[in-house]
Design a protein around this ligand. Structure first.
Ligand code: SAM
Length: 268
């Protein structure tokens, strides 16, 4: 059934504040679910924001374990419970959820609400070592930042962090017509494969990257001096072959990692 009719039969409207744009394209539902599950033997499969079940349907059919879904909208939760009786449904804000048991071999799927994509991405990063793969859909502008290469306008802290911790692969641009209601912008789906954890402390690395890009037009040396000391930085830059005049946007994610390994304490 088309989401318009599904919503009408429930007597509700799509809610902007929850970023509700429901997928209407069977092609994209299948692509996202199949990419997530391909070759994997997960212990848990999550879907963030199942909405009216466009992805949940394929997941429940194809996943080797019963999915756990996280939905904030109460009206939709009632509908999902009825439509997928065996499902493990967590009602509430995913951003406030904490696991009660240690996580193990998790797959994560989500056509994410645009307004909270970034916090959800960073929350998932905390659990990276327990995650096998993630397939997530974003507003295209945010996806471009995740995938951006050095010296391009979209390149910044988000891309450095994403590319340091994951192998990213774009699954393609999804046009507004693949959703109801139609969003104003394109979306893009990305598959994330976690890389081995770097040797540096993750929180300290995130801070370093944030500070490096704090004033984009200023030199990296200037942005980092306050925290790490100019003399130490100059010595590290020389060892790593980084120009003292370089700006943050000129460094690759690999160079950021080299820098972090020279400046930050190792992960305990
Ligand atoms: N997966 C469905 C689809 O593809 O048609 C719905 C996608 S819609 C873009 C985003 C969904 O996330 C909505 O169902 C919305 O209610 C839900 N949502 C929004 N914010 C949320 C949050 N903080 N925690 C859990 N779910 C949330």
């Amino acid at each position: 059934m088309h989401p318009r009719s599904q919503l009408a039969s429930l007597g509700v409207h799509a809610k902007k504040r929850f970023g509700q744009n429901f997928l209407t394209s069977p092609h994209w539902s299948q692509t996202l679910v199949d990419t997530l599950l391909e070759g994997m033997t997960p212990a848990a499969v999550w879907e963030i924001g199942p909405g009216l079940g466009a992805l949940t349907e394929g997941l429940t059919k194809k996943s080797p374990v019963a999915p756990c879904v996280f939905e904030i909208d109460r009206n939709l939760c009632a509908y999902l419970r009825e439509r997928f009786p065996g499902i493990d449904l967590v009602e509430g804000d995913f951003l406030k959820w904490e696991p009660r048991e240690p996580l193990d071999r998790v797959l994560v799927l989500g056509n994410l609400p645009y307004n909270v994509s970034s916090p959800i991405f960073f929350k998932l990063l905390e659990w990276k070592s327990s995650i096998l793969r993630m397939v997530l859909t974003f507003q295209r502008e945010f996806a471009r930042r995740l995938l951006a290469k050095p010296t391009t306008p979209d390149y910044g802290g988000t891309g450095v962090v994403a590319q340091t911790f994951y192998e990213l692969q774009s699954l393609g641009v999804i046009p507004p017509g693949a959703f109801y209601p139609k969003p104003d912008v394109d979306s893009e789906a990305i598959c994330f494969e976690p890389k081995a954890d770097p040797r540096v402390d993750r929180t300290a690395f995130l801070r370093l990257v944030r500070e490096a890009f704090s004033h984009r037009r200023k030199m990296l040396l200037k942005n980092l001096s306050h925290h790490y000391g100019k003399d130490k930085l100059l010595a590290v830059f020389e060892t790593l072959g980084i120009s003292s005049k370089a700006r943050a946007e000129e460094l690759s994610p690999g160079q950021f990692l080299d820098l972090a390994e020279s400046l930050l304490p190792s992960r305990s």
